[in-house]
Write a protein that binds this ligand. Structure first.
Ligand code: SF4
Length: 252
């Protein structure tokens, strides 16, 4: 039988996801992994009911690998917006079989989606920022609020270098909007370090990354980027970069 992860070995010339594993890079990743694991262990000792929002991006696969392999007392959940790319669903199935786990998946409320589509159209998010944000709210933010209910802290895979909106991202902060602690343990990781970890540990990943999709969200709101473009340039590419967040990580 062919090993499922070996099937995902580099098949692309995309240099961003195939970093040269130099001694310095490997040492940096190992050092940051040790610090990250210590942070997660300390957080799970300090706070009960911690949950990790896994969106199956490269960063989230690093965190999933560390949490699951070390059997940390941290729940993992995901949001299925109903508009995810096929490749993301393939990865969800692969993660479940690779780690022998079952994922907690939250969906939007069907009545809200039906009302929105009937009144605005199936792809109304292209028409205005308001309609885009209300789509993100019903498909992501409201399910996130249900997933975070009763939790004391949540963990994200955000990195400071991902976007101008994330430039001053702390490792730990208080999430005013959701009223709980929030950890961003990959805040100081580079994209190169994320991919070095994935290669060093044979972590499964979304095959869209091989087609120049560094940041993957819903299918209609994500495109591939060109060499040299910002890693989040493919998300809601028709909007101003200063306002490009889906509402999952906004402050009050
Ligand atoms: S990313 Fe696009 S399709 Fe997904 S919830 Fe937001 S607006 Fe809707």
């Amino acid at each position: 039988m062919v090993n499922e992860v070996s099937m995902l070995k580099p098949t692309t010339t995309n240099p961003a996801i195939n970093p040269v594993l130099t001694e310095a890079l490997t040492a940096s990743v190992n050092s940051k992994t040790t610090s990250l694991l210590a942070l997660l262990k300390s957080a799970s000792r300090e706070l009960s009911h911690i949950t990790f929002a896994n969106s199956f991006g490269a960063e989230d696969m690093v965190l999933s690998d560390i949490i699951l392999k070390n059997k940390l007392a941290i729940e993992i959940f995901s949001l299925d917006t109903g508009r995810l790319p096929t490749e993301t669903y393939d990865l969800i199935a692969l993660v479940e079989s690779h780690y022998q786990t079952k994922l907690n998946v939250y969906f939007p409320k069907n009545g809200t989606v039906e009302f929105y589509v009937k009144n605005n159209g199936i792809n109304a998010f292209y028409e205005s920022i308001e309609l885009r944000k209300s789509c993100c709210f019903m498909r992501k933010v409201e399910p996130l609020q249900r997933a975070l209910a009763g939790k004391n802290a949540w963990i994200t895979g955000m990195r400071a270098a991902q976007a101008t909106t994330r430039a001053s991202l702390p490792t730990r902060e208080f999430d005013d909007a959701n009223q709980l602690e929030k950890f961003n343990p990959l805040s100081d990781w580079t994209e190169q370090e994320v991919w070095a970890y994935i290669r060093m540990h044979d972590v499964p990943y979304n095959k869209l990354h091989e087609q120049f999709y560094p940041s993957i969200g819903c299918a209609p709101c994500t495109r591939a980027i060109a060499m040299g473009e910002d890693v989040r340039a493919g998300r809601w590419w028709w909007e101003d970069p200063l306002n490009k967040e889906c509402g999952l990580h906004v402050k009050n």
